[in-house]
Every structure is written in C-alpha cells, then in structure tokens.
Design a protein around this ligand. Structure first.
Ligand code: FE2
Length: 416
C-alpha cells in the first residue's frame, strides 16, 4: 500500500465535531477521511483534537487601495466621500508594480491567517486600467496558493465620465471575473438605474458574475437593491448576483423593508456586509442616536438568504486599521448585527467560510470532503464558537495539499 503525501491525525471537522478523524492527502486532493486511516503518510501531523476548517473566505476587499493609509494624506473626516476624494489623488501615481507589491503583501497577510479564497474589486474608472491589469497579473502570480477573483469596479460610476462605460467593458474583455457597479454614486437616480441595467446586460454578454456596491449610504431613499432584485428576477441569474453593503437597508422603514424582502425571496441573490467599514463610515451625518450603517444581516440570514462578510478595506484611505484577519470581521459582525445567540455565532463563522464560498460561486472546489482539493486550516480551537470567541491562532494553512504556512502556538506563562 503506497503512502499518502500527508496525513493529518486526530482532527475535528464540521459535521461531527465529537469524533476525531484522520485526513489523507495526496496529489493536492483529500483522498480519505476516516476515524483511523491505515495508510501512512510521508509526512504525518498529529492535530491533537483541534478544529480543522475549510479556509476562510474574503468576499469583499479592495486590494488596489490596500496598505495606502496616509498616502498622500490621512482621511481626517473618516467619511466614505473624503476617502474617494483622496483615492482620486492617490491613483494618479499608481503603477503596476505599486499595485502588485501591495496586493501580494496583503494576500500573504490574509493567507497566513487562514484565508485562501478572495474576491477583490479593481477600480476601472481610470483610463489606463492600471489597477485591473495589476490585479489580473496578481491573480495569475498567486494561483498556486490562493484563489483570487477580480471585480471590474467603476469607483466613480459608469455614467459620471464619457469613457467609463467602455472602460468597464474593456475590463471584462481583459478577463475580469465579475462586473461591479456603484449605482448610489451615479450622478442621478436615473443614471443609477441605468447603470444596474447595463451591468446585467454586460454580465450576460460576457457570462460573468455580478457584485454591485449597492446603497452604501444611510440615505433611506437609496433604493437600488430593488432594481437589482427586478433585474435578477427578469434574467434568472440567481446566485450569480451579489449585492454588497446594502447599508441603506438598515435605514429603510419596515413597511418598505418587508415588501422588499418578499421581492428578494424570488431572486436567490447573495449579500455581503462589511461590518468593520460599515460601522466606521456610515452614521457620519447623524448626531444621536447614530445608526450602525450595516445591512439587515440577521434578518436576511433568518430568511434563508446567503450572507457573507468582507473586510472591504485593510489599512487604506477609508479605514486606517486592519490586519487582514477574517476572524476580526466576523467578530465585529457578531457585535453590530447582534448575533449573540449560539446558532447566530456559528452562522457568523459560516459567513466567513462556506457562505463566502457560495457567494464566490466556488462551492465545487470548497469543503473538507473526499475528492475535493486539499485546502484546509488547523485552528488552535475546538470549534467555530471557540475560534471566534478567542480569535484563535491559525496553526497551519494547507493549500493545494501542501503546507503553505505554520504558526507555533505560544502560550502565556503565568509567573505570578
Ligand atoms: Fe467596497
């Protein structure tokens, strides 16, 4: 009997956390999961009953602006719109090398903390498409250890400048995986509606996924989610469509929100909330009480919608903090969305793992199941709740069947 390349002994995986199992890995795939695998491994690791999880999933980040905090100046007001303004200045000096170097540094930061699937937005409101070209090169450069999806994202709107419509189409021709939009930041409501129709038209023409920055504002009159719902119903694009942010959903009156929820039930679209950013960028024009600026995560989840979570920003012009750890994102979601029930905490873990995989439409390659690619992480924890409560260290990261990174567990020595 030949050996597996790698065998993990005494792991606990979701589905049956009570029983320890061995995981046999060969040629990049999970070959066997059983209480005691007889076949030995060229390398064997005793997991000692720790929690082994599918990798974390980053559903929404802007790698083109990551790690730019303070360049050329700090966002003193802390608002979305000052951030967009400063980014407009910063992107004048973008180069391919600048983008690639910061993006890969951020991806390593994320991968070393357990994230192996990432959807990034690339600003395509700039005539040379530097951000998009840089991130497409990064997608290729990192493909052996992390899966990257690139969204063609018109930061300044599709109709705010005569070139932007053709730039976003060019971005799809160059190979963007997903088409994005920002209808609430178009010059008029009519332009916003038109932009959503245009996004669906292009997505169908080039067979791409859709992920729209939608209603990222406290204005309860920002109602582009209903336009996305209508387009999703008419096209039948279902899970190929994602609405990111939908902050205004948190400000809608309940009569409208419940009506909208009914329409959304006919769509099967995904939602992404970015709690670290929503709580800091929104509510800025309120005095007191201040709104949280986050969408109705709990209610959407309760209604059976697929909801996942993202950073949005890591140390950039909109958010000067962040280490790229998805456990921080889920931890913040638990607080802002009041997901403190035991099942609700577990759901927040799902939002940075399997629900994220569903949003990215990568379910066939995701999960700890025999026959799937061997992507998994070993946590210094016993289950998702323990992982989130302590924001546990990710002890080992296994990507495509090989150990990508490991982190020794340091334990506090109490000397008192
Ligand atoms: Fe975003």
């Amino acid at each position: 009997m030949s050996e597996y390349e790698l065998v993990l002994r005494r792991a606990r995986v979701l589905g049956n956390l009570e029983q320890e199992v061995d995981i046999g890995i060969d040629e990049g795939y999970i070959r066997a999961i059983a209480p005691e695998i007889e076949r030995s491994g060229k390398q064997e690791i005793d997991i000692e009953g720790k929690f082994v999880s599918p990798p974390l999933v980053e559903s929404h980040i802007h790698l083109d602006s990551a790690l730019t905090a303070g360049e050329p100046r700090w966002n003193e007001s802390g608002t979305l719109f000052e951030g967009i303004q400063i980014w407009g200045e910063r992107k004048q000096s973008l180069t391919l090398e600048d983008i690639k170097q910061r993006a890969i540094k951020t991806l390593k930061l994320q991968a070393s903390q357990g994230t192996l699937f990432v959807r990034t937005h690339a600003d395509v409101s700039e005539k040379n498409l530097i951000a998009l070209k840089g991130l497409l090169e990064v997608r290729e450069a990192v493909k052996d250890w992390i899966t990257l999806q690139v969204v063609a994202f018109p930061q300044d709107g599709i109709y705010s400048h005569p070139d932007n419509d053709s730039l976003i189409e060019e971005a799809l021709k160059l190979g963007a995986d997903v088409i994005g939009g920002i209808p609430h930041y178009e010059l008029t409501r009519e332009d916003g509606v038109k932009s959503v129709h245009r996004i669906f038209e292009l997505a169908e023409k080039y067979t791409r996924l859709i992920d729209i920055h939608c209603d990222e504002i406290d204005d309860e009159q920002a109602r582009f989610l209903e336009v996305i719902a209508a387009c999703a119903i008419r096209t039948g694009m279902k899970e190929k469509v994602t609405a990111s942010h939908t902050s205004a959903f948190g400000s809608y009156n309940n009569a409208y929100a419940y009506k909208l929820m009914g329409f959304l039930q006919r769509t099967q679209i995904n939602f992404i909330a970015n709690p670290l950013i929503n709580i800091t960028l929104q509510g800025r024009t309120d005095t007191y009480p201040k709104r949280r600026g986050v969408t109705r995560v709990k209610e959407l989840w309760q209604q059976g919608f697929n909801v996942s979570l993202g950073h949005d920003c890591v140390c950039d012009l909109w958010y000067g903090l962040g280490t790229g750890n998805m456990l921080d994102v889920a931890y913040m979601a638990i607080h802002i969305c009041q997901m403190m029930g035991r099942k609700e905490i577990d759901a927040c873990y799902d939002m940075i793992t399997q629900y994220g995989a569903k949003t990215l439409n990568i379910e066939p390659e995701y999960g700890i199941i025999e026959g799937k690619p061997a992507n998994l992480i070993v946590l210094d924890a016993i289950d998702p709740y323990d992982t989130l409560r302590r924001r546990a260290t990710v002890h080992r990261i296994i990507s495509r069947g090989r150990i990508l990174a490991s982190n020794s567990i340091s334990e506090l020595q109490w000397l008192g």
